[in-house]
Design a protein around this ligand. Sequence first.
Ligand code: NAD
Length: 494
Amino acid sequence: MSGRPESAPVASGAAGGKRFAYAPAPESRAVVRLRPTYGLFVDGEFVEPSSGVHFPTVNPATEETLAHVAEAGAADVERAVAAAARAQRDVWGPMPGSERAKYLFRVARIVQERSRELAVLETLDNGKPIRESRDVDVPLAAAHFFYYAGWADKLEYAGLGPAPRPLGVAGQVVPWNFPLLMAAWKLAPALAAGNTCVLKPAETTPLSALLLAEILQQAELPPGVVNVLTGAGATGAALVAHPGVAKVAFTGSTGVGKSIQSALAGTGKRLTLELGGKAANVVFEDAPLSQAVEGIVNGIFFNQGHVCCAGSRLLVQESVAGPVVEALQRRVETLRLGDPLDKNTDLGAINSPQQLERIRELADSGERDGATRWSPACAIPERGYWFPPTVFTGVSPAQRIAREEIFGPVLSVLTFRTPEEAVAKANNTTYGLSAGVWTEKGSRILWMAKHLRAGVVWANTFNRFDPTSPFGGYRESGFGREGGRHGLEAYLDA
Ligand code: NAD
């Protein structure tokens, strides 16, 4: 692996003959004005944390410290929950839904107006390609605010009883893989339903939530309706345990989800958990194979594989396994890994050294367990945290790479002969978040969807998200749904 200048995109792989190189096409970061330090957003204002402690947030593509953000402690959680409770009781709860809607529409429009700034900031703090933050994260975040704004004055028609009531203060904890989008998934339905929120972004990606807080100020959202507390696990734990929090919404790892579930047992708090996954992407021999290959690539390499619903297990019918894997490898050779701000980049940086270590450890276990590892020839930048796109073939269901969530750009390929075997292998997991089916036959799609134990089943596509569509899992992938009418249920008492 050789180093390269930070801004030059890498045309990876040389197999298959001559390819045109791409000229660098870096997005300017001038649109983002970073502050050296950020406070907490409590009761409509940015305030210093009671501890006075700040911690750095780093650009994973360069290891540059972007800013220092405040670490919220118990006293800050107290302040934020009190502000949210006051705002819920006096302002936001009693406000007619049609008025709440106006604020949410305004937030959605400002997110659109400031979309470039949000996209660049998200890419700097997270490491994801600008193409994805610009075309997926930010537009979908705006779409969630637009969608739930539409529900705010129609809650009695949501099928949850004639006069559903908000729950109170929602404590919401989100991970680092889609920081802004996950914040929008949490805030928009909660606010539409008349709840107020205390949001805790992940410690490695706090900046877009803080910019969103600025946007909320710009939208003149009443103070206390949304509060943002930055910090790590201890801050999240203090927030979900606070007695003033009526509803907890958590997206993150299964381990932390379980610990929250046991901490909340017997408290009467409402809880939804969106946890990990190990999705099967099932390709039948009659599938349009070139299209399926695109879907496989999108399924596992989108967002560097830091996707809870990533298609991390490819189940391919034995009769077409050879050609599919060959075509997949040819396609993966064309992926460009490098500067996330370059508009031609397909694979950005791994979000943190801890995550990189976890991916390395699991990929090494795959080799030790006897699977065949393949990555394209691919230059890795000298600084930052990177992992090449990786495909394992000859994987057996007992191996760790077939069972554990890797949360990185690593695909495990297994084969099957019959639809029954495909279902048995796909369901051979402790998770149940998503699955994909590729076939020409509509009847087979319906049969598979009925038998796959996953909250979301995509047919002849993968990783499609829409605010109108409920998303969520069962078993170790969690419970509750976000998105669509179903997403309101978690925030309303019928
Ligand atoms: P994580 O569980 O370590 O952290 C998630 C969030 O929880 C962070 O904000 C973290 O600070 C906070 N946290 C950590 N310990 C806590 C505690 N004891 N109490 C309360 N909060 C705590 O997970 P991660 O590494 O940030 O995210 C990756 C995981 O998230 C993956 O397993 C992935 O599958 C999952 N995820 C799931 C979905 C989904 O919708 N199902 C979406 C995105 C990510």
